[in-house]
Design a protein around this ligand. Structure first.
Ligand code: CP3
Length: 316
């Protein structure tokens, strides 16, 4: 998660020369290079495409800019004006083709998209504030209209993920960063059901390409998500206890997670203990070691190197 990014000096150096963040996402030379930077440094088993989840609203025609130090800002939400233009994403597909050609065969290339609920949050509200009450109020007031938006995003997201697989992604991840904001029955309606539909469309078009679902903050609803979304792998956020997950979630589903990014920032014994606790709980089942959320920008790269040797030692 956020393997590339501001904690790496080589990313910051390149970023200075290359213009706005969105320009970087759509510049294959840059995107290939920053995807490979963490792999060169730390030799991870998988590379995640350098892009952003918000390229989907952009491809739908909604204005998008990333303001320095402020995160994303979207233009006014006008559902009638939205039209998906896949040619706006051509650079992402080219980046994936080049990455798959450049990466050794034993490295997995992960493509990704934002899940419909999280994308709808940004589209409706225009910026992230962690609560998204404006988006929730719109959804709760007129759930049928909101279904239309979600269903449109299901179609577009599935199409986008399928094209990523066709252009070289070996696995796909669906980031539902704000899933934890929805209680039942809305969680099922706008998180689990859309994930299941996307999974079905992806599985039909590209059988054998696994889909990782990450309903961040789902809490006790992780169980229902695991049972009904039909994804091959479930990403767990920092708050989920892996000892609980090992018992509660189906054994044939791969789990991914979930070291607290602050432990990576801290380093030392706290980081080692945290990583070992997770790996001990996950022994004997399909598992992908990851953070529970993105790398914090102040994280010393040496801590990432140390963490990767801790994981390799444990696995050996
Ligand atoms: O992990 C990777 O290196 C892959 C690339 C990746 C980025 N964003 C690059 C990025 C991925 C997988 C994402 C996903 C993403 N983007 C999510 C879902 C995961 C999560 O974090 O919950 C979300 C919600 C976004 C939207 C987004 N993009 C926000 C809110 C921000 C601002 C964050 C901040 O701290 O300012 C971004 C910017 C962004 N996306 C950066 C990177 C490397 C930082 C850009 C920079 O200033 O250089």
């Amino acid at each position: 998660m956020r393997q590339a990014g501001r904690y790496l000096p080589e990313y910051r150096d390149l970023r200075k020369t290359a213009g706005g963040f969105l320009d970087l996402c759509f510049n294959p030379d840059f995107a290939v290079e920053v995807t490979l930077q963490p792999i060169r440094r730390f030799n991870m088993d998988a590379a995640i495409l350098f892009s952003d989840i918000l390229v989907i609203p952009y491809a739908l025609g909604q204005k998008l800019e990333f303001l320095e130090g402020e995160g994303p800002n979207l233009g006014p939400f006008n559902p009638d004006a939205l039209a998906f233009d896949d040619t706006r994403l051509a650079a992402v597909y080219e980046t994936l083709r080049r990455l798959r050609a450049d990466l050794p065969a034993d490295k997995t290339l992960i493509g990704f998209a934002g899940a419909p609920w999280t994308i709808a949050c940004y589209m409706v509200q225009g910026h992230g504030d962690g609560a998204f009450n404006k988006a929730k109020i719109r959804a709760y007031k007129n759930p049928d209209a909101f279904d239309k938006l979600i269903n449109m995003l299901v179609e577009v997201t599935a199409q986008y993920l399928i094209k990523q697989a066709q252009n070289g992604a070996d696995a796909l991840q669906l980031f539902d960063s704000w899933a934890g904001l929805l209680p039942e029955p809305y969680f099922t309606r706008w998180v689990t059901t859309p994930a299941r539909k996307i999974r079905e469309l992806v599985a039909t078009a590209c059988p054998g390409v696994p889909l990782i679902g990450f309903p961040r903050g789902a809490g006790s609803l992780y169980e229902a998500y695991a049972a009904h979304a039909g994804v091959n792998c479930i990403g767990l956020d920092t708050q989920v206890d892996m000892q609980w997950a090992a018992k509660a979630l189906p054994h044939d589903v791969c789990l991914q997670g979930n070291l607290d990014p602050v432990l990576l920032l801290t380093g030392g014994k706290a980081m080692r203990d945290g990583a070992e606790r997770i790996m001990t709980a996950m022994q004997g089942r399909p598992f992908i070691f990851n953070l529970g959320h993105g790398v914090i920008k102040e994280t010393p790269p040496e801590h990432v190197a140390e963490l990767s040797s801790i994981i390799r030692e444990f696995r050996a």
